[in-house]
Design a protein around this ligand. Structure first.
Ligand code: FMN
Length: 318
C-alpha cells in the first residue's frame, strides 16, 4: 500500500505530533488536527479501557465540529507483555482510528487487522533490523527514532539510520528525534523521509497534560540538560536532568553505572510522574503557547523554508 502523506490534502505539513505518555491527550491532538497537523496520544496514557473509550469519543465529537481536520493517530504498545493491547486494539477497530502508531514488537496479525478496517499502521524502529522485521510484518511506514529523541530513544545518527534502513526496505520513513521547526521538516524530506514526528516541541503547550512546573522546566532547558540513560526504566531514554536532581537522583552517579544496572530507589519508582523525559530539541521551547499557534508557525516556517530553499537551489545550480 502506498501512503499519501497529505492524507487527501488534510495535512498542511507532513508532521505528526507524536504520542507522549502522560503528556498527549485529546485536547492536544484536536488542536493539532484543527490546524492541519496529525495529532496523537498513547492508549496507555489512559487509566483503563473506559477512559480510553471516552478519549476516542472526545476525538470523534471534536473532529465532527471541524471543517476538513487532519486525521488523528493512536499509539499502541503491540507487545505480548502489554495486557491491555488486545482490548485496546479492538476499541481502535470499533472506532476505525485512521492511523495506529505501533511500538515495541509486531505480532503477526496486527497490521492485517488494522488494514482490514481501512486503517494504516506506522511502526517505531531504531535499527535496520527492526525496520526489516516491521516491513516484513506489513507496517505501512517506519518511524525511525534516532539519537536525541524524547522518551525511549534511538541511539543512531539520523543520516546513518536512514541510509541503513534504505538498504533493507523502501517503505516510507517518518523521521523522529530532535526536530522542532518547519525547516527541520524540509531537511528531513531532503534526506528522503516522507514525514516527521515531533514530540518534545509540544511538551510545554497549554492543551497537553503537562503541569506548569514541567512547562517552566522545559522552557528553561537546553540540549545540555538532556541526560541519556537506560538505568531508569531499563530502556535507553532521554531524561531532563533538572527533574532527576529535583527527585534526589544524581545523574553523574547514574552515568557511572555498569551496563544493565538500574536505579532502585524510591524516586526511580515515581519516574514517569515526577521525573521528566525530553529530547535534545528542548532548547527550541521558548515559551508556553497554544498547540494551535505552534502548528500555524511550523506550517508557515515550512512554507517559507521551501521557497527560500528553491530560490537558493536555482541560484546555485547551473
Ligand atoms: C515525555 C515523552 C513521552 C513519550 N511517550 C511515548 C509513548 O508513550 N509512546 C511512544 O510511542 N513514544 C513516546 N515518546 C516518544 C515520542 O513519540 C517521539 O518518538 C519522540 O518524542 C520524538 O523525538 P523528539 O521528542 O525529539 O521530538 C515520548 C516522548 C516524550 C518526550
Amino acid at each position: 500500500m502506498s501512503i499519501d502523506f497529505t492524507f487527501g490534502g488534510r495535512l498542511k505539513v507532513p508532521l505528526i505530533v507524536s504520542p507522549m505518555f502522560l503528556v498527549s491527550n485529546p485536547p492536544l491532538a484536536l488542536a493539532c488536527c484543527s490546524r492541519g497537523v496529525m495529532g496523537s496520544f498513547p492508549a496507555h496514557s489512559t487509566r483503563n479501557r473506559d477512559v480510553f473509550a471516552n478519549w476516542l469519543e472526545d476525538m470523534e465529537r471534536g473532529l465532527a465540529e471541524m471543517e476538513a481536520p487532519a486525521p488523528f493517530a493512536v499509539n499502541l504498545v503491540v507487545h505480548p507483555t502489554n495486557e491491555r493491547y488486545p482490548g485496546d486494539l479492538e476499541l481502535c477497530i470499533q472506532h476505525r482510528v485512521p492511523v495506529i502508531l505501533t511500538s515495541k514488537g509486531a505480532p503477526d496479525d496486527v497490521f492485517k487487522r488494522i488494514h482490514d478496517y481501512g486503517g494504516v499502521a506506522f511502526h517505531d524502529i531504531a535499527s535496520a533490523r527492526h525496520a526489516e522485521k516491521a516491513a516484513e510484518a506489513g507496517a505501512d511506514a517506519l518511524i525511525a527514532v534516532c539519537a536525541g529523541a524524547g522518551g525511549h530513544t534511538g541511539t543512531i545518527n539520523p543520516f546513518a539510520l536512514l541510509n541503513e534502513v534504505r538498504q533493507v526496505t523502501d517503505k516510507p520513513i517518518i523521521l523522529a528525534g530532535g526536530m522542532s521547526t518547519g525547516q527541520d521538516i524540509l531537511a528531513a524530506q531532503a534526506m528522503g523521509a516522507s514525514a516527521c514526528y515531533f514530540g518534545t516541541r509540544f511538551i510545554a503547550t497549554r492543551e497537553c497534560l503537562s503541569d506548569d512546573a514541567t512547562r517552566d522546566m522545559m522552557v528553561a532547558a537546553t540540549a545540555k540538560d538532556i541526560f541519556f540513560s537506560a538505568a531508569l526504566d531499563g530502556a535507553p531514554a532521554n531524561w531532563l536532568r533538572p527533574s532527576l536532581i529535583q527527585e534526589g537522583l544524581d545523574p553523574d552517579e547514574i552515568a557511572a553505572y555498569t551496563p544493565g544496572q538500574r536505579v532502585q530507589n524510591q524516586a526511580a519508582r515515581a519516574r514517569y510522574s515526577k521525573i521528566k523525559s525530553a529530547g535534545q530539541g528542548v532548547g527550541m521551547i521558548e515559551s508556553v503557547e497554544s498547540a494551535a499557534d505552534l502548528c500555524d508557525r511550523i506550517i508557515d516556517e515550512y512554507n517559507r523554508s521551501k521557497r527560500a530553499f528553491a530560490n537558493n537551489l536555482l541560484r546555485t545550480t547551473a
